[in-house]
Design a protein around this ligand. Structure first.
Ligand code: NAG
Ligand code: NAG
Ligand code: NAG
Length: 234
């Protein structure tokens, strides 16, 4: 190596030191704090536990004082989700959702009715909470929970200790308290069969007096489902 190339090598080294020195000073604590107002909360933000592929849960629902119990059977591998809804002192209502976007909403006791709804999208994916914004911890019903919010649509509370869901609230005010959570529990296949009158379009069924009551349920359920669109369609 002659003196010219030694000088060139030295210059190059100096140049690199300057560039690197400049670089590290520009990513100091000040500029990081300016880019992220809550670096600590975000750095340590836990992520919601994905839903188990299959589970059974009993939910206590409250919508502005209207109380109901929901038997929820979530079955992702078979592409189906079942809400069996008992409104307080009301008729037991079955809401059977398929991943192809079809929902059957029906009663089994008299008066027997069925509405077949085209919801337009499938059931929630197990990872539907991905991308939710972490809001910190809060105590709900005696459980210390991590809390997330997703697209201003749902607030979701998960037990810090067991990672089980405890509570969620929809933007509409409809709230759920998780009473049981049986991971891996499944409902027998024959229970997922809608009754025959879901598949018959007889004249009785189309009479307005048969439609009214279930029509109201259907509208409510459809509204809830449609507002899930943003969460299931990713
Ligand atoms: C249901 O929610 C309302 C607020 O919307 C509340 O005042 C009421 O106490 C709740 N009822 C039960 C049984 O949790
Ligand atoms: C969706 O799947 C269910 C269950 O297999 C079926 O009864 C229903 O007809 C299907 N809907 C469409 C639009 O294919
Ligand atoms: C419709 O209503 C009529 C009387 O209002 C009743 O006899 C009939 O069973 C109902 N049909 C269905 C499918 O619920």
């Amino acid at each position: 190596m002659d003196s010219t190339s030694r000088s060139l090598a030295l210059l190059l080294l100096l140049f690199l030191l300057l560039v690197l020195g400049h670089d590290s000073s520009s990513t100091g604590p000040d500029s990081a704090a300016a880019a992220d107002p809550q670096p600590q909360l975000q750095a340590q933000a836990p992520t919601p536990t994905p839903w188990p592929l299959q589970f059974h849960s009993i939910l206590f629902m409250n919508f502005s004082g209207a109380i109901s119990l929901i038997d929820l059977w979530y079955d992702w591998p078979k592409g189906r989700n079942f809400n069996i809804i008992q409104d307080q002192l009301g008729q037991l209502l079955y809401d059977l959702e398929w991943n192809n976007g079809t929902s059957f909403v029906y009663t089994l006791d008299d008066p027997r009715r069925c509405s077949v709804l085209d919801v337009g999208f499938g059931i929630l994916r197990p990872n539907w909470l991905d991308g939710a914004e972490y809001l910190g911890q809060e105590r709900v019903g005696g459980f210390l929970c991590n809390v997330w919010q997703k697209v201003d649509f749902i607030w979701y509370y998960e037990d810090v200790a067991t990672k089980r869901p405890v509570h969620w609230i929809f933007y509409t005010g409809r709230s759920a308290h998780v009473m049981t959570f049986e991971v891996g529990a499944t409902l027998e296949d024959e229970k997922w069969q809608g009754p025959v009158y879901c598949f018959q379009k007889d004249e009785d069924e189309l009479r307005p007096e048969n439609q009214t009551d279930l029509g109201e349920y259907s509208r409510r359920i459809l509204t809830d489902k449609r507002s899930f669109r943003g969460l299931s369609g990713f």
